[in-house]
Ligand binder design. Structure first.
Ligand code: GLN
Length: 201
């Protein structure tokens, strides 16, 4: 049984939860999903998802409920994390916006609103290393402007859109808004790869 937490303040929380439930049904995996809103919720989780939404809002609430630093610390200790869209902004080293402090878990520099406003949302087929073609949904997506110490798993028009650094996965699009479970499966494979113990020190 793996316990996967989803930062549960705002954004695509139920969509991530639904896709994890599907993954668990279709792949016969035992996944328990837990919404993370306070310190105690972090106890015993094996992996964490930071969903798409509004990074300034999610950031504010993580701070307000005093779990921003705790999450950052756990990531530094090896907790596997996946951030989608606003989530990858929060995981970045440089968000390009002083209103949101990145956790520095992914060595990337972000431009939050490079694609402009809502009107610039789009869907495109992209190629993901190890997974193949994937329908990527971009909604007011941030742009990853530079990548230092991370592996680029996918690019779109010359910019990285999906990166991995050890146990950390980040992407500027929303796999939770498709019916495609492959990216969540990749994340559970990373969790299953081990190395992190929620009870260890
Ligand atoms: N641009 C948004 C932000 O800065 C992210 C959009 C999204 O997650 N769909 O938070």
């Amino acid at each position: 049984m793996v316990i996967i937490g989803i930062v549960g303040f705002q954004g695509d929380v139920s969509e991530h939860s639904d896709i994890l439930q599907r993954l668990s049904r279709e792949e016969g995996m035992e996944i328990s999903v837990r919404l993370i809103r306070k310190k105690e919720d972090l106890e015993g989780i094996d992996g964490l998802i930071i969903p798409g939404g509004e990074s300034t809002t999610i950031y504010k609430l993580l701070k307000q409920y005093s779990i921003y630093d705790l999450i950052k610390e756990r990531i530094e200790r090896g907790l596997p994390v996946m951030g989608t869209c606003a989530g990858v902004i929060l995981l970045s080293r440089d968000t390009g916006d002083e209103r949101v402090e990145g956790m520095g878990a992914l060595d990337v520099r972000i431009n939050r609103n490079a694609y402009g406003r809502q009107i610039n949302s789009f869907i495109d087929e992209v190629e993901i290393k190890g997974l193949g073609r994937f329908k990527a949904v971009f909604i007011r997506a941030p742009v990853i402007e530079s990548v230092e110490n991370a592996e680029v798993l996918s690019e779109h028009e010359g910019n990285a859109i999906m990166v991995r650094s050890g146990n950390i996965l980040g992407m500027t699009f929303h796999p939770e808004l498709t019916q495609d479970i492959r990216i969540h499966k990749l994340f559970t494979d990373i969790i299953g790869g081990g190395g992190y113990s929620s009870t260890g020190t």
